[in-house]
Design a protein around this ligand. Sequence first.
Ligand SMILES: [Fe+2]
Ligand SMILES: [Fe+2]
Length: 316
Amino acid sequence: MKLIDIYRLFIQLGKEHDPRKGEELEKSLDRLQKKYEDLKNADKETFDQEKLTNPYSDTRILYGDPETEVKTILAGIDMETQEILLADRLREKGGKIDLLLAHHPEGKALAGLNNVMHMQEDILAEAGVPINVAEGILSSRISEVQRGLMPLNHNRSVDAARLLDFPFMCVHTPADNMVNDFLTRLLNDKKPETVGEINTILKEIPEYYEAMKIGAGPKIVLGADKNRCGKILVDMTGGTGGSEDAYAKLAIAGVGTVIGMHIGEKHRKKAEKNHINVLIAGHMASDSLGVNLLLDVLEKKGLEIKTCSGLIRVKR
Ligand SMILES: [Fe+2]
Ligand SMILES: [Fe+2]
């Protein structure tokens, strides 16, 4: 399979499992197209054209010829210089690797992480928060994330991949859409009534079961087993943690339990104040589940998958 076809397939799967309902996703691309047409000089020349068809700013081919034929992939949650050196050692020992695939964004995909966060406005709206309120609470958080990304050395791992000549890509939000959709469907189907019942359902999923063996399984961080869960929101996509102000609005909108990959202390305190139960499923296990659902599609097409860097590989 060609690198460009893997990339396009991931974007397509990400769109098919996107939490934005109806035409919202296509409309956001149309709005950007109009903005692009109005750009001038350097702003127009340096504009990343991929943005016009790929709604996920954190998912990109970072290095390598898009026409490269890929048979074997080394995939990991974080693919940084240490993993790229590891890949080089494996290659030196005779292992074949045609593509390095990261989940967490690197290079220009890391610099653009804040842009995917706008989808959280639609996620909040879908949960019952008015769109104007959702946009209001996200706007300062999105600029905070953008400022937080500025000091980073974004292209360090991309430079390593270039020097060792490894094709390199990252797939972030499409994978997070997969896990978000998988868990939302599963819980809709099983209809748990308490937080403890949600926890039991999660612990039966192989990625979480494996994570439990290494002390990184699901954990209730707010609420208790016996608490009734009310309306459940699976909050596992949209770039990175949103605004802590969302919890007060979610409580009014009728959300009783939030299931996330991880939670910051500021956010946890706001959730507590608003009596929202929070179940943290585990970061690497949740990211693994999302990536696995993408990798399964490639494996069925005959590609060989090797894993590293925290990726718990489970095939479905
Ligand atoms: Fe993720
Ligand atoms: Fe992650």
